[in-house]
Design a protein around this ligand. Sequence first.
Ligand code: 4AD
Ligand code: MG
Length: 462
Amino acid sequence: MKHQSVKQLLSTSPSNQNVCVKGWVRTRRGNKNVVFIAVNDGSTIHNIQVVADPNAFDENLIKRIQTGCSVSIQGKLVPSQGSGQPVEVQANEIHIYGEADPETYPLQKKGHSLEFLREIAHLRPRTNTFGAVFRIRHAMAFAIHQYFNDRGFYYLHTPIITGSDAEGAGAMFRVTTLDASAPPKKEDGTIDYDQDFFGRETNLTVSGQLEGELGALALGLIYTFGPTFRAENSNTARHLAEFWMIEPEMAFYELADNMDLVEDMLKYLVRYALDNCKDDLEFLNKMYDNELLQRLQSVVDHQFVRLPYTEAVEILKSSGQKFEYKVEWGTDLQSEHERYLVEKHFQKPVILFDYPKHIKAFYMKQNDDGKTVRAMDVLFPGIGEIVGGSQREEDYEKLLNRVKEMGIHEQSLWWYLETRKFGTVPHAGFGLGFERLILFITGMANIRDVIPFPRTPLNAEF
Ligand code: 4AD
Ligand code: MG
């Protein structure tokens, strides 16, 4: 008999029809007259209740039904006698695929810490918490594609192995097939990458932006959505060495258009979660963070503040607040500053723009003041920076000067520079950190808990 998901069964109207459910047992309880088995198959946060008459089954079989074991159960779908669920299954046949020994199964008991669950990343998806987080993660990925597709953007696949360093800042992971213990050397003693797989030095990408720009300057509106890699040794609750980024790039967009798009997109995604992930969000709201739903709604309801960096610095300096890092015009804002602006001062999301040029990447459009660039960062409550973006410098000479000033190897960017020689246009884009978005939507506190297999310094076991 073909089985149905728990999600399907819970929304089916019961009329004693025969059904089959397959999944993992969450709990078994009861007495010598009746046994209740809660089965979950990951399709929803809710379990389906199976009711069995222990006298109709082999005693040994009932004993083997333990938390964590996998089962296939056939029976009748009936209205539930108890409260808490609309329907239940009256079991006729129970088959155990695989047992889970209660002595050794790590999830036998509820209430493990998130830290402990990180050490069993192979099993943690079976908990309610991670089921909820990963279902929401899926829904957000789907909604992102929906959002862009509906607005005429094309999904462009930018390379994961690259010969360029988009941000010019973050440390990169080298990709090589050379023998690490005896690499070929040039006469001057340096490693001879001419003999490497690609005949040059290559790395894992830190951003798809530069290639994304090439796409936008041909297709108009594009976005990338893929994994990016940064070998920064930052062991924080907001950084991963491997994270996913959404990077739209738009020809003929200026900074204000970029801000309009990012605000509209973020609101769309939050609204999508509220509309489509209700059960999982309610669970997380109840278990972890009872202001979650309210915080999500407030992002949808309020206009984001748009604030020049220079004014932000003035607000921070006159705030009377004690910060660990001192703020002066020209310093990069720390997450304590960003969160003060968002959580205390404005109490809504903030788009900061027009940053000092020396703290931002080479490709950002230079303002006439000679000091600032058309950068924008979106700051979110509880998160700090969730998006970084800018209008791009479209003037060939200005861009080249900036490349030289910053000591970037201009030959390695010849193809990027050439787009400013042939049919250059104003354009803009941004990067949304997917895990930072999921942190915000789920209310989880650590970025390691919103990606199935987190990559952080000294951690790549699973
Ligand atoms: O601000 P970033 O470095 O911007 C770029 O990479 C641009 N090329 C984007 C663009 O304009 N197309 O990174 C963008 C976002 C950050 O705002 C943050 O949300 C996320 O990516 N991010 C990280 N997320 C997790 N772990 C890390 N180590 C991250 N570094 C950046
Ligand atoms: Mg940034």
